[in-house]
Design a protein around this ligand. Structure first.
Ligand code: TXA
Ligand code: MG
Length: 499
């Protein structure tokens, strides 16, 4: 099939959008720009158009499509019920980069929703998308206009790369303004649930509708390779590997100094390095690609997919990226980046080939659990030093707490693990040693947050309270979560050392 390219600068928008709508009305496929990314559109009420979309994308047909509408008046025909939370979110964010999930009306075919009883709807704000949609008498189903698994498309040239010959037409409007796909919120339960982070942030949503839950599937630890996530994501699309460039990508989390030092040691001309303008000068080797500036996180969001595609055209063999958690868009940017990396996140120390060393200690109340943890570390291939005690006979807990604390404070171990009956005594003793931040954790969330926010370096657990299964999950989360290094957290951790 010959794909028609419709350039927005060359034809009046009214003519171009009429023509585009005509293609869609005839059952054709049309790629068009939105404020987020390019979409691959088809008539959302026509099962055969939906099937053609899946085929053109090479996408599994259980992954539902988003319906795009020109005005809110179209919504009641597509959904069973419009909850009050939806009304408030639409008033605030529509038209714009927010997709809402409703119970679907019978009019919407199962082909469009991947067999689900719910339907995703969004009203884009992009003037070209608006013009096209306003000429259509049906909602337009449009996933991102990329081949399945590839980075989403933010330029017409990306769309041509992926879909030329597979669709009737592509509307070329240059770059899309935001560059990340829409935020998705599920409104079919009692509490709104965030299914995909995007330009509209969690705190902006909460300002409008109060507490919003986050689907566990999009939490950072669920995306990381070192973690085993067994839950089922509510947005089916989130289970697939996404956005991946051809060369393997690894995210290196640490200060720019540490990251650049580690990369300068291993990079060559076939190594891509993703950074920001402010850190560019730190890299002495490799193909250094800046995504934008720290002063404006929107620049990083805007060019992320483009830079991932550039890595392919440069023929790179290995790609490393800094961690872009900082700033208001840190969450959606890292969600895409870590997916592109297949969850491969390492510390500069690991990158330099440094093996991890974990110092482990306990008193008699923690002896049994400590043995289980050591066996688990061994199974995972993580090196450790067992500082005792070595039996369940009564001992003085500060002796062992201090041994572990000193090993960590002196840099001989990266992290420490301490156990007594309640975990409290060992944490008190360890925290007396300068440079140690010991955290008592009884659940994986605390373990994750204390690594992310407090850079805790000794994990304390209660051998008399928590069972071995939970303890191993807490241990894994603690060991596999890197400090976020966001400025406000870095500053606060620094304050802990002040008198
Ligand atoms: O910004 C965007 O949303 C872009 C532009 C083109 O509008 N579209 C987009 O579509 O990103 P797509 O298909 O690439 O991603 C849609 C995501 C998928 O992960 C899909 O599983 C999820 O939305 N989704 C769609 N319908 C759903 C439903 N009824 N329930 C849960 N998740 C749904
Ligand atoms: Mg997509």
């Amino acid at each position: 099939m010959d794909t028609l390219i419709l350039k927005t600068g060359e034809t009046a928008l009214s003519d171009l959008s009429l023509k585009a709508a005509e293609i869609l009305s005839r059952g054709g496929l049309l790629a068009f720009p939105t404020e987020t990314v390019y979409g691959l559109g088809g008539n959302g009420l026509d099962p055969s158009a939906a099937r053609r979309i899946y085929e053109a994308k090479g996408r599994p047909s259980d992954n539902p499509l988003i319906l795009h509408i020109a005005s809110k008046e179209q919504l009641p025909t597509l959904v069973k019920r419009i909850p009050e939370t939806a009304v408030r979110l639409m008033d605030r964010f529509w038209p714009g980069p927010l997709t809402l999930i409703f119970e679907k009306a019978d009019l919407v075919p199962a082909e469009t929703t991947g067999g689900l009883k719910t339907v995703a709807v969004r009203m884009p704000s992009h003037p070209v998308a608006q013009a096209i949609l306003s000429h259509c008498e049906f909602p337009v189903a449009a996933p991102s206009a990329n081949r399945s698994g590839r980075p989403s498309t933010t330029k017409a040239s990306h769309v041509i790369e992926d879909l030329d010959g597979r669709v009737e037409a592509i509307v070329d409007d240059g770059e899309t303004p935001i560059g990340l796909e829409s935020t998705i919120v599920d409104l079919t339960g009692d509490v709104p649930v965030l299914l995909r982070p995007g330009y509209v942030t969690l705190s902006e949503l909460e300002e409008v509708v109060g507490p919003v839950e986050t689907d566990p599937a999009i939490r950072r630890e669920s995306i990381l390779k070192k973690q085993e996530f067994t839950g089922r994501p509510k947005a089916p699309g989130m289970k697939y590997r996404h956005y991946a460039p051809k060369a393997p990508l690894t995210v290196v989390s640490g200060t720019a100094m540490e990251v650049s030092e580690a990369l300068n040691g291993i990079a060559d001309e076939k190594t891509g390095i993703l950074t920001v303008d402010e850190h560019r000068h730190l890299y002495k080797k490799g193909a250094v690609l800046s995504l934008g500036t720290l002063k404006d996180p929107e620049t990083v969001a805007h060019s992320l997919f483009d830079v991932l595609r550039t890595c392919d055209t440069l023929g790179l063999q290995r790609i490393y990226s800094e961690d872009f958690s900082e700033g208001a868009l840190g969450e959606p940017i890292m969600n895409r980046l870590l997916k592109a990396a297949g969850g491969d996140l390492v510390s500069p120390r690991e990158l330099k080939g440094g093996t991890r060393m974990i110092a482990v200690g306990c008193d008699h109340g923690g002896f049994e659990l400590k043995e289980k943890i050591l066996a688990h570390l061994k199974e995972r291939g993580i090196e450790y030093t067992d500082l005792g005690c070595y039996s369940a006979e009564s001992v003085d807990y500060p002796v062992y707490a201090k041994k572990v604390a000193h090993m960590v404070a002196e840099g001989k171990a990266e992290l420490g693990i301490l156990i007594c009956t309640t975990g409290i005594g060992v944490s008190m003793a360890a925290n007396k040693v300068r440079g140690v931040r010991a955290a008592l954790c009884s659940d994986p969330l605390s373990a994750e947050l204390t690594r992310l926010h407090n850079n805790a370096n000794v994990l304390c657990m209660a051998g008399g309270i928590i069972g071995p299964n939970l303890a191993l999950r807490i241990t894994d989360t603690f060991l596999d979560t890197a400090f976020s290094n966001v400025e406000r957290h870095a500053r606060r951790v620094g304050m802990i050392e002040e008198d």
